[in-house]
Design a protein around this ligand. Sequence first.
Ligand code: F6R
Length: 246
Amino acid sequence: MRVVVAASARSAARVAADLVEEFITASPSPALGLATGETMEAPYAELVRRHREQGLSFAGARVYLLDEYVGLGRLDRRAYRNVVDRQLVRHVDLAPGAVHGPDPHAADLDTECARYEREVRDANIGLQLLGIGANGHIAFNEPGEPLDSTTRVVTLSRRTRADNARFFPHGRSPAQAITQGIATISAAARLVLLACGAHKAPAVARAVEGPVTAEVPASAIQLHPDVTVVLDPGASSRLTERVADP
Ligand code: F6R
C-alpha cells in the first residue's frame, strides 16, 4: 500500500486526478470506477479543468458507479448518477452509453444487483476511486457486512444516514442503497482511496493500520495488491506509521 499525504485537500485532489489521468491516457478503452460524495467533487472538477484546458480526453473510457441510493426519483439531484453527471460526465467527452450504474428503479432489485455485478466483473475495472465513510465504509459496505460481499441492496447505518442528512435538509436521507460489494471492489486492478479532513482521520487510521475486519470495511484494502491512499494532513493525522511524501 502506498500512502500519499499531500500538503492540502486541494493538492490531494490533484494527486488523485493525476492518477486518473495517467490511467485513462495509458489505455484506449479504460474502465474507470467512480465514487460519489463530497470528497470526489474536487478531483472531478480538476479532471473537468484538464479536459477543457489541456485536452484530457475520456472518449474511449467507460465509467462504473460504486453505488446508488434506493428510493429517490430518477430526476432527484441527489441520485448518484445525477451527481456524477453534474460533476463530471456532462462536462467531458465520455461517449453516450459510457456511464454504467445499478438501476434502483428496476422491478426486481436482486436481479438488478446480479446483473450489475456481472457487468462490473466483465468490465475489468482498471482503476477504482474510493472515498471512505467516517464509520469506515467503502461504497455503502457498512460495518459488519461480510468482506466477501458482492453487489446487493443494503440498509444504511444510522451513522451514514446522519452523515448524509446534510444533502437531505427537507426530508429523511434514504435508508437503502445498492452497492458493489467488497469482493466486487477488490477485483479492480488498482484502488485509489481519497480522504480529506480530520473527521475522516479515525476511519483512515483503522483502515490503513488497524486489523482487517468486517467492522471496518475499508480495512479490506490492506489485502489488495495495488492500493494508493491519498490524504490531506487532516485525514492523515491519526496515522502512526506508513506515511510517505507525495
Ligand atoms: C459513494 C461512496 C461512499 C463515499 C463516502 C464518503 O459513492 O462510495 O463510500 O465515498 O461516504 O463520502 P464523502 O466524500 O461525502 O465524505
